[in-house]
Design a protein around this ligand. Structure first.
Ligand code: GLY
Length: 353
């Protein structure tokens, strides 16, 4: 079971580091931006939100914000949460349409209301009241992927209303989408048959020992409209306790919600577990929900990230990374403790054969 990948690094205390930002593997730029804000004396929440805004506004990140993969109707719906350690406050939004930066709206919910969570139409009206402008979040690349997904569906008799169905990224697929390069078609096929959950989580600690976190996502690709994952759920996709530390998650949100993952990681750290032990403990709880059945667990992956108040940190995934040509490519998470951001290997619970 519990693998040791990255033990020496991921488990290491950031020696002498007073300021640190960690994030999911798509967060190297976000961590660097967060560190810039920390170094300029900015608040930890301002830092992590500035960091993930880069992903939210980037059409190239298909798991977050603008360019995120849409729901089954082809509409992008975003979820985000924020927690501010020093004030012990939280805010979140779910199923928010047409606004690129749900993390900023979640912060406004925290700061400008006495509520914690706004969803759907109400969240959109709230954002517009604070000056956010509606935009179409569906990029051409995401629309292509959605069309490929829709065409890949078949009923038990092999029928598809949208032109006979697609079987593989074959010549037929290329004919259906002329002008689209092969790697984009291969990507579209991959996300059609293996709907990703993506997401970015970013956690920061400053020189005063203050902590904050954010998690933001477009959620599960091709979800039923209105589906909400773990990212905006305080205690699942994100939890910060200024006395202990912070944790967040990416991956299959439904499994995280069932174990209140981020809160459990923080509570485990409160009881003395290291960040790595705490992340692995929560992954064990998820595995236990499937009676440790590897075949069922192989249907998804999920990762946790933890940053303790003393600067010790870890990332851990349910599964080890892929094995290519006999060489393991570990799952990674991003770290910045003052220099350039780096990717460190995640620990993991189960070894993929
Ligand atoms: N972890 C993101 C989601 O499941 O929506």
């Amino acid at each position: 079971m519990a693998g040791s990948a990255g033990m020496s690094i991921a488990h290491a205390r950031a020696a002498g580091a007073k300021e640190i930002a960690i994030a999911s593997s798509n967060g190297a730029r976000a961590c660097a931006r967060a560190m810039e804000v920390l170094k300029a004396g900015g608040d930890t929440l301002e830092a992590v939100i500035a960091g993930v805004n880069l992903n939210e506004e980037d059409p190239g990140d298909s798991s977050v914000g603008y360019g995120g993969l849409p729901n089954e109707d082809g509409v992008v719906e975003l979820d985000a949460s924020v927690m501010h350690g020093p004030s012990r406050r939280a805010g979140s939004v779910a199923s928010l349409r047409n606004i690129k930066t749900p993390s900023k709206v979640a912060r406004l919910v925290m700061e400008e209301t006495d509520h914690i969570m706004l969803v759907g139409e109400g969240a959109l009206r709230f954002a517009k009241a604070y000056g956010f402008v509606e935009e179409n979040l569906l990029t051409e690349k995401s629309r292509l992927a959605w069309l490929v997904w829709r065409k890949s569906l078949r009923d038990p008799r092999g029928h598809n209303n949208w032109g006979g169905g697609l079987s593989k990224p074959t010549a037929w697929l290329k004919r259906q989408f002329p002008g689209v390069d092969e790697s984009t078609l291969a990507w579209a096929w991959e996300v059609a048959v293996n709907p990703p959950t993506g997401t970015i989580n970013c956690l920061a600690l400053n020189a005063k020992g203050e902590m904050s976190g954010v998690t933001t996502t477009s959620g599960l690709a091709w979800k039923i409209a209105g589906r909400v994952g773990d990212s905006p759920i305080i205690g699942a996709g994100l939890f910060v306790d200024q006395d202990v530390g912070a944790a967040g998650s990416t991956g299959r949100g439904e499994e995280n919600i069932r174990v209140a993952g981020a809160h459990t990681v923080v509570e485990d750290m409160r009881r003395g577990m290291s960040p790595k032990e705490a992340c692995l403990d929560v992954l064990k709880r998820i595995a236990r929900n499937f009676n440790n059945d590897r075949a069922k667990l192989a249907q998804f992956d999920i990762s946790f990230y933890a940053l303790r108040k003393d600067g010790e940190y870890a990332g851990a995934s349910l599964w080890s990374g892929a094995v290519r040509e006999g060489k393991r490519t570990p799952r990674t998470f991003a770290v910045n403790d003052g220099g350039p951001s780096r990717l460190e290997p995640c620990a993991y619970l189960l070894e993929r054969s």
